[in-house]
Each structure stands twice: as structure tokens, then as C-alpha cells.
Write a protein that binds this ligand. Structure first.
Ligand SMILES: [Zn+2]
Length: 158
């Protein structure tokens, strides 16, 4: 289990090696992603709180990166953080995410990026629930949920 001290070490010294690398031009990203995804994942903008796809969704399944398909989070680590964005206590694997310090807006924050394609996902904070104490605050636009009934059964049950 990753803890805040691990996250700080990754951000300060070196990140875990990803299973693979995807590197492509910003033009290729612009062609592949929607405009909203591009602004968030490649230009580090933040989507509106609450009005996003996965904030209140607790369907079981794995969340993958929209940019490269890398599996990032599992629904079993998703919790209600009252922040307005989907929040997780752990990544799916230790090397799914890479970290860096983000001093924008004069805030000392730790940025979370997809470790395979380097796309911005959101930030990590040390105010999550025990035992990890971590809160991965992630933009819904960066995620696609896999294995959530494949569109069947997503209708409300009568
Ligand atoms: Zn990715």
C-alpha cells in the first residue's frame, strides 16, 4: 500500500518504472482526445466539480486512462470525498501513476499523471481515509470505466 511518504519520494526523486511508454505529439493527442479531455490531460486544466461522469458513480469495475488504456484505479478503492471529483485511496498498481510537484496557483500540490502516457489526471492529497491516508482526486474526463456491465444493466432496476 502506498502512503504519503512514498508519494513524496516518487515526486522528489524518481517514479516507478511504467509497464510501457506511450509518447506522441501534442497534435496526435489533439486528434485523439475530445477538446475537454485535451484541455485537462495535456494542458492540466480541471473539469467542473460534481458535473462530471464519475463523481457519484460507484459501479464496480476498473478505471482506465482515456489516453492510453492503462488501468489506473479500481472501484473498490473509490470513496465519497465530497470534493466533487472521483476520489480513490490507491492506484490499481504501484507503478500505474507518476508524481510531480505542482506549484501552480501558488499551491504546493502533488500532481498525478498516467505513468504510461504522461497525461495529467489530477492531484494526490494526504487527507484521505485510513489506512493509506491518500486521496487521489482525479478528473472524470481522464477516465473510462471498464467492465461496468458493458452498457447492459446500467438502467435503474425497476
Ligand atoms: Zn495514459
Amino acid at each position: 500500500m502506498l502512503r504519503w511518504s512514498d508519494i513524496l519520494k516518487f515526486a522528489k526523486y524518481s517514479n516507478p518504472e511504467p509497464p510501457r511508454h506511450l509518447i506522441q505529439s501534442e497534435e496526435a493527442w489533439a486528434a485523439q482526445l475530445t477538446p475537454a479531455q485535451f484541455r485537462i490531460m495535456r494542458q492540466k486544466e480541471t473539469e467542473p466539480p460534481y458535473r462530471n461522469a464519475y463523481c457519484r458513480s460507484y459501479e464496480p469495475g476498473v478505471y482506465a486512462c482515456v489516453g492510453c488504456g492503462s488501468q489506473l484505479f479500481d472501484s473498490t478503492t473509490k470513496y465519497h470525498a465530497i470534493s466533487g471529483w472521483p476520489s480513490f485511496t490507491q492506484p490499481l498498481t504501484k507503478n500505474a501513476i507518476r508524481y510531480g510537484f505542482d506549484d501552480s496557483y501558488h499551491l504546493q500540490r502533488v500532481e498525478a499523471q498516467c505513468n504510461v502516457c504522461g497525461s495529467h489526471l489530477g492531484h494526490v492529497f494526504p487527507d484521505g481515509p485510513e489506512p493509506s491516508g491518500l486521496r487521489y482526486c482525479i478528473n472524470s474526463e481522464c477516465l473510462v470505466q471498464l467492465g461496468a456491465a458493458d452498457g447492459v444493466g446500467s438502467e435503474p432496476q425497476a
